[in-house]
Design a protein around this ligand. Structure first.
Ligand SMILES: Nc1ncnc2c1ncn2[C@@H]1O[C@H](COP(=O)(O)OP(=O)(O)OP(=O)(O)O)[C@@H](O)[C@H]1O
Length: 364
C-alpha cells in the first residue's frame, strides 16, 4: 500500500530558462522555458522529431545545452555560460524508460536496489527502502521473482519502483507505456495516474499519446519543430488551444478555412456562414482558420448555428458510433461520436454555439 508521499525541499521541481540546443549546425530546441511546481507532472507531447527526447536528455544530463539554464529542485545543474554541467549521476533523478531497462539476471528486489547501491547506502537501509518502494507499486510479494516471470505491466511497475526508491526530486518518464498492448496501456494510464498522485511525484512525462499526456499531466507542453507551441493545463489546451497547430495535433475537431465576405465570415469557397465576427475581430486579414471542436457539435439541434453534413463512414465503438461526415458542398471532414445509429449517405444537421468556435489568424 502507498503510505506516505515524497517531499521535496524546493517549491519548484524544475525550472528551464531560454534553453537552446543544436546538433552541429541544425537547431533542435529553441527558446524553451518551463516552470514546474513540486508535486506536479509536466507532459511533453508532440510529433516525432519535435525534440521531446532531446529535452529529456538535457534535463537528465546526457546532453548539454548550447544556451540557457536548467534547475532541478532549486539547484542549478546546467548553465553553459557559467560552465555548470552536472553529470546525470549527480542530478539525483529517477528515470523510467519505454523498454523498462531491467536487468534480466537480477531479482526484482535487486533491480530496485540498484540506485541505492550506486549511492553506497547501508544494506539495512537499502532493504527497507526497496521493501517500501515495492509495496508502494503493489509488488511487495514479488521481490524475489525475475523480471521475465512478470507481466509487461508488472515489469513497468518494477521500473517505477526503481525510479522512486531513492526519493528523487524529479522523475523522468520516457514513453513508459508505449511497449504495452493497447488494453494494458489503457489500464496502466489510470494506474500510473493514481500512483503519481499518491506519491506526490514531480515528473516529466514524454509521450506521443494525447490521452496519456492529458490524463497524467498537470501541465502539457505541446511541442513542434523544437519549440513549445503551448504550455498549459489539459483543460486549457482543450478549450483554448493557442494555435491551429495545437488544435490539429490534439485532434480537437475540424479545422475549417474561413474567409470574410461582405456579409460576414463563411467557410472558404462556400456561402456557408460562420457567425463569429465578434470573437474573430482581432483577425486583420480576410482569412482565418476556425476550429469546430468535436465536443461542441450536437445532433439534437440545440445549438443556434446549423451545418449540414453527409455521413461518409460509420465505425462502431464501445462508447457509440464514430461518424466521419463531409460538410455539404465542401471536402471538409468532421469526426464525431454519436450515441445514435447512422448510415453512410445519411444527411445530418449538426448544430453548435458560436461561442464554441475558436478562430486563428492565417498570414495573408
Ligand atoms: N544524435 C543526433 N544527431 C543529430 N540529430 C539528431 C540526433 N538526435 C536527434 N536528432 C534530431 O533532432 C531532432 C529531435 O529529435 P528527438 O529525438 O528529440 O525528437 P522526438 O520528439 O523525441 O522524436 P520521437 O518522438 O520520434 O522520439 C530530430 O530532427 C532528430 O532527427
Amino acid at each position: 500500500m502507498i503510505t506516505k508521499p515524497f517531499s521535496t525541499s524546493a517549491d519548484q521541481a524544475l525550472t528551464i530558462r531560454s534553453l537552446s540546443m543544436s546538433y552541429g549546425e541544425a537547431p533542435v530546441l529553441d527558446g524553451i522555458n518551463v516552470n514546474l511546481a513540486a508535486g506536479e507532472v509536466l507532459g511533453l507531447l508532440g510529433p516525432s522529431g519535435c525534440g521531446k527526447t532531446t529535452l529529456l536528455r538535457l534535463i537528465s544530463g546526457l546532453l548539454l545545452p548550447n544556451e540557457g539554464q536548467i534547475e532541478i529542485a532549486g539547484n542549478l545543474v546546467a548553465d553553459r555560460s557559467k560552465g555548470i554541467a552536472l553529470p546525470p549521476e549527480q542530478r539525483g533523478l529517477g528515470m523510467v524508460f519505454q523498454d523498462y531497462a531491467l536487468w534480466p539476471h537480477l531479482s526484482v528486489a535487486k533491480n530496485v536496489a540498484f540506485p541505492l547501491e550506486m549511492q553506497k547506502r547501508p544494506a539495512a537501509d537499502c532493504k527497507r527502502r526497496v521493501g517500501e518502494a515495492l509495496e508502494r507499486v503493489g509488488l511487495g510479494a514479488m521481490a524475489q521473482r525475475r523480471p521475465s516471470d512478470l507481466s509487461g505491466g508488472q515489469q513497468q511497475r518494477v521500473a517505477i519502483a526503481r525510479a522512486i526508491v531513492a526519493e528523487p526530486p524529479l522523475v523522468l518518464f520516457d514513453e513508459p507505456l508505449s511497449n504495452l498492448d493497447r488494453e494494458l496501456r489503457e489500464s496502466m494510464i489510470d494506474e500510473l495516474g493514481d500512483l503519481v498522485a499518491d506519491l506526490n511525484l514531480s515528473a516529466v512525462y514524454v509521450t506521443h499519446d494525447h490521452g496519456e499526456a492529458l490524463t497524467l499531466s498537470d501541465q502539457v507542453a505541446v511541442m513542434q519543430g523544437g519549440r513549445i507551441e503551448q504550455l498549459a493545463s489539459p483543460d486549457e489546451l482543450i478549450h483554448t488551444p493557442a494555435t491551429a497547430a495545437v488544435a490539429d495535433f490534439l485532434r480537437l475537431g475540424c479545422l475549417l478555412p474561413a474567409h470574410r465576405a461582405p456579409s460576414g465570415w463563411c467557410i472558404q469557397d462556400t456561402q456557408i456562414a460562420l457567425s463569429g465576427n465578434d470573437v474573430s475581430s482581432g483577425i486583420e486579414a480576410g482569412l482565418a482558420q476556425v476550429l469546430l471542436p468535436e465536443h461542441a457539435l450536437r445532433l439534437d439541434g440545440s445549438g443556434t448555428e446549423k451545418l449540414k453534413a453527409d455521413v461518409v463512414r460509420v465505425q462502431t465503438r464501445s462508447t457509440g458510433r464514430a461518424l466521419t461526415l463531409k460538410v455539404c458542398g465542401t471536402d471538409h471532414l468532421i469526426r464525431l461520436l454519436s450515441p445514435e445509429r447512422a448510415n453512410p449517405g445519411d444527411r445530418l444537421e449538426l448544430s453548435f454555439s458560436p461561442h464554441d468556435l475558436r478562430w486563428f489568424p492565417v498570414a495573408a
